[in-house]
Write a protein that binds this ligand. Structure first.
Ligand code: SF4
Length: 339
């Protein structure tokens, strides 16, 4: 389709966990005696079974300057190595070899600093690399501030999904939100089933506002990955804390039920969910990470031992029981669902 590919060399970073999982798997692949099954559950070995998506950051020092984002080019460079809680490593020269050996099912590019045609070149490079090795290339998502033509170019050049992250429900900390929203809607209409967005919970919106926007997006066939706001930037107008765990769980359940058109009733108090009708099976699924297929973003919003905003794996029976106990005053569950 005659796209001219810029030769600009891109800065490429691997998320800390992508890097660790890939190098760990390389050790396993090259040392068959390595007994990784014996590691404790909270270790990298547990994560390895579930790390299905590789996260790659392209570029840095973003000119769009969202106040809450550490890639904002107005910030000093010491904070730019994070997105949400996640740290990033400059990709080593053999990054493609590492990723291909690790068996990731999806690669998600998060593009800071404006979209470059070189990203498409990178996608060709990945496809060619896998095909040369007779491997199935992973699905590819590109998350960037894209316009219609850029999204169309990506989706017709090997990208499985594009993501335009709205992030905010009530735009206060980023510019150009309305334009982004209308572009997102236009793209979703032309490319059904190919579009994702992100919403951050905890930037000062009410639950009713969050769910209203969520509903609108889902009705247009857009997949929504929800994130718990994680303070990484010190700014007087930004919340100082992550969302209350109880509120977050209730919003997870409500959004899950909207996403899968599960009829339910909700009782609100002053704009926030007080009680929600659900089942234990739904709770089990709703508290796991959602977004593009195979994306589970381990530890994007929490440290290993703190409250787990998103489970990157199906919670165990014990974990589910303790979640239900935590939520019990706020759930309306038909009796037959109690175990
Ligand atoms: S849902 Fe996951 S894979 Fe999809 S764009 Fe967002 S972070 Fe990337």
């Amino acid at each position: 389709m005659g796209i001219s590919l810029s030769e600009k060399k891109l800065d490429i970073y691997l998320s800390e966990l992508t890097y660790k999982v890939a190098t760990f798997k390389k050790r396993i692949n090259t040392n068959l005696a390595f007994k990784y099954q014996t590691h404790s559950k909270s270790s990298l070995a547990h994560l390895i079974n579930y790390a299905t998506t590789a996260y790659i950051l392209v570029g840095k020092n973003c000119p769009f300057k969202c106040t809450y984002c550490s890639q904002n080019s107005d910030l000093n460079t010491t904070t730019t190595q994070r997105v949400s809680r996640v740290g990033w490593f400059k990709a080593p020269d053999n990054w493609l070899e590492l990723l291909s050996q690790a068996g990731f099912k999806r690669i998600c590019f998060q593009v800071a600093g404006g979209f470059e045609n070189s990203v498409i070149k990178l996608i060709f490079k990945i496809h060619n690399y896998y095909l040369k090795l007779d491997l199935t290339p992973p699905l590819i998502s590109v998350c960037a501030r894209l316009n219609y033509n850029q999204a169309a170019t990506l989706l017709t050049n090997g990208v499985e999904r594009i993501c335009i992250a709205l992030d905010e429900v009530k735009p206060r900390f980023r510019t150009g939100w309305k334009q982004l929203y209308s572009e997102l809607m236009k793209i979703a209409k032309s490319f059904p089933g190919k579009v994702t967005t992100h919403l951050i919970y905890g930037l000062g919106e009410s639950d009713i506002e969050f769910l209203d926007l969520f509903r609108k997006l889902v009705s247009k066939g857009i997949k929504v990955g929800i994130f718990a706001y994680t303070p990484v930037v010190n700014h007087p107008s930004l919340p100082k804390q992550q969302p209350n765990p109880l509120k977050w769980r209730l919003i997870q359940i409500a959004t899950y039920q909207i996403q899968y058109s599960i009829p339910h009733s909700i009782q609100f108090k002053s704009g926030y969910i007080q009680k929600i009708e659900t089942t234990t099976e739904i709770v089990h699924r709703a508290i796991q990470t959602r977004g593009c297929k195979w994306c589970n973003r381990p530890y994007y919003n929490e440290a290993v031992k703190s409250f787990r905003y998103n489970y990157y794996y199906p919670p165990t029976e014990t974990e589910l029981k303790s979640e239900l106990e935590f939520l019990k005053e706020h759930l309306i569950i038909p009796e037959q669902y109690y175990k």
